[in-house]
Design a protein around this ligand. Structure first.
Ligand SMILES: [Fe+2]
Ligand SMILES: [Fe+2]
Length: 184
């Protein structure tokens, strides 16, 4: 499927501000991919589709997680995490994406995981620091670009974990495993 068509199909599934976020992620992911020697084509497709399931029906997402034998820990986790693995499912079923690297980048864009590929890191980071993101500390995360993809990823995952902990929210095990990767 042509990328323009793909983007149009994503647009109708999202409210305007979420669509702007997707445009921001595409922009940032393309820059990061170029900078860090990752396929720009794959980064772009993953960016276009990463939030495709963001507004999908919760009961439907739950049924997909069960039906597809996805990580059962997801069902006990915050429902906000569901759109990433379910987004990978939608990307495959509805958009015909078969490239596992792209699907993994969509699947792990919210939690991160141990042993991430550079493409996964690019999407995780772009999702967090794209121009529409305004949270306190985002500039510092953006500035880590000078230090390379791993320093950027380390700063981003640590920031998300600290944020969740400050809110008293549970941290998904994959995120802790991801952070642990950077403490070796
Ligand atoms: Fe997302
Ligand atoms: Fe996103």
């Amino acid at each position: 499927m042509d990328q323009t068509v793909m983007l149009q199909k994503v647009k109708v599934r999202l409210p305007e501000n979420r669509y702007s976020h997707v445009i921001g992620v595409i922009e940032t992911a393309t820059v990061l991919a170029k900078e860090f020697g990752v396929s720009e084509e794959k980064a772009k497709i993953a960016a276009i589709l990463h939030d495709v399931a963001k507004f999908s029906d919760r009961d439907w997402m739950k049924s997909i997680i069960e039906q597809e034998n996805m990580d059962p820990r997801l069902l006990e986790a915050h429902t906000e995490l569901w759109h990433a693995p379910v987004g990978a499912y939608v990307a495959k079923k509805e958009f015909g994406i078969t490239d596992e690297e792209i699907l993994d980048a969509i699947r792990y864009h919210t939690t991160g995981r141990a042993g991430m590929t550079d493409l996964e890191k690019v999407i995780y980071i772009a999702d967090m620091v794209e121009p529409n993101r305004k949270f306190s500390g985002v500039e510092q995360l953006r500035s880590k670009k000078e230090e390379g993809i791993d320093e950027m990823m380390r700063a981003c995952i640590n920031h998300s974990i600290a944020f969740l902990e400050s809110k008293g929210q549970p941290v998904f095990p994959d995120s802790l495993a991801c952070a642990a990767d950077y403490e070796k």
